[in-house]
Design a protein around this ligand. Sequence first.
Ligand SMILES: Nc1ncnc2c1ncn2[C@@H]1O[C@H](COP(=O)(O)OP(=O)(O)O)[C@@H](O)[C@H]1O
Ligand SMILES: O=P(O)(O)OC[C@H](O)CO
Length: 497
Amino acid sequence: MSHILAIDQGTTSSRAIGFDARMHPVAQAQEEFPQVYPQSGWVEHDPEDIWASTLATARKVAGELGPETIAAIGITNQRETTLIWDRETGKPIHNAIVWQDRRTADTCAALRAEGFEDVVRARTGLLLDPYFSATKVKWLLDHVEGARAAAEAGRLAFGTVDTYLVWRLTEGRVHATDATNASRTLLYDIHRGEWDAEICDRLGVPMSLLPEVRDCDGDFGSTTLLGGEIPIRGVAGDQQAATIGQACFAPGMMKSTYGTGCFALLNTGAQAVISQNRLLTTIAYRIGGQTIYALEGSIFVAGAVVQWLRDGLGIIGKASEAGGMARKADPGQELILVPAFTGLGAPYWDAEARGAVYGITRNTGPHEFARAALESVGFQTRDLMEAMWADAGRGEGVLRGAEMATLRVDGGMSASDYTMQFVADITGAPVDRPKVVETTALGAAWLAGQAVGLYPDAGGFAETWAVDTRFTPQMDEAMREARYARWRDAVSRTLSR
Ligand SMILES: Nc1ncnc2c1ncn2[C@@H]1O[C@H](COP(=O)(O)OP(=O)(O)O)[C@@H](O)[C@H]1O
Ligand SMILES: O=P(O)(O)OC[C@H](O)CO
């Protein structure tokens, strides 16, 4: 029993990674699956694609490790994405509605107009945005024929992707989620640690749909589908798993994951800090019954801006060429790109804004566009950090004296030295890229591994975290503030309201 299997079910692919007894990755498999775009602004996944790609990659890695050597499974997942299925047949009533999907924007606006956002904010720590699960659940119940009646009769089950995978892996025996995934539904009171009856009622969501909420290192049953019988002992949403994998266990520690989007989480300890700057308050993890909270800044476009350089503009052949292009940009030009391709997330939350470029001259070319694209990720990170520092400072002393100056980074785009140096320059904070960049899978593996006694406790795990590259701020203060002011001006001209 010397391995842990981590399942990482992401937005564009499913992955399985096997970790050995020293928490080193030793086997891995990955499968992409199709994105379904039924209408502009709508994004769905076929639940069977999610399941088939997860099972195939998990089986491949289990086969390589030998299923009898796997002590436990940890699951981490794209968050907020919503599924509803029939408890009897196990059949989903519709495709999964993905976190990026904007179809419930009007429902959110209507609830906001009724003044419901204050209730939501106080109890769930979130905002009324289509990003979260609740209005997606409502949409499914309102639009799938017979769904509401079946839900009221107790025949349906709701779950985020973790819950669906646990259900499938345990062949319908366990309907449960963990506290981090629950905290992204907009139906869960993060302070009392229970589903909120009033919010469910207001959105017309029968509580019989909801899974039981367990600790991140709780008992999620076991599976016999990979060979032998393997317990599932770790579950956490992917951004929370990365926070754990980065060993951000102390208040004031912060990580930022640069994938398709960018998600920064700041550990605020046992205190839930309600943001005055439109950040989200969320559960970082709940281990052994103790809840630790985080402030989160979610940006929808980070690595996606590099995909746009490649697929939209065609000025690079692959993502890794973007940094080289940016280095060739004319230092005398200042092009600013606000990548509001699907609106703007934190701290602006403007679903209607669309992208804009400022400062084009006759001499502007591909190099300047590449630099502006990469820099937009740094500017957005600074927006989040400004908001976090302002909020955390009000944290009644929990964060006072905490080390808040370093940013731990991971995700595919953290491979870009150019971008990470700019993040350090424009935020003025050192940026640490660790040796193990598979932090999401590592976080899930650690949860499961420590639950079964194979891995050390949080303190022991934190000691194994090691920096690979540190990016130190090099831009002088006056330049940093002047450039950031120009970004803020560009954003203010891009907002829809
Ligand atoms: N060297 C690089 N420079 C800039 N961007 C990169 C680089 N390598 C990968 N990326 C970007 O990182 C993203 C992929 O990161 P990943 O963590 O796999 O994302 P996700 O989990 O959201 O699918 C892509 O958007 C890609 O454009
Ligand atoms: O699957 P990812 O890595 O794009 O992460 C998605 C986030 O969990 C959405 O909140």
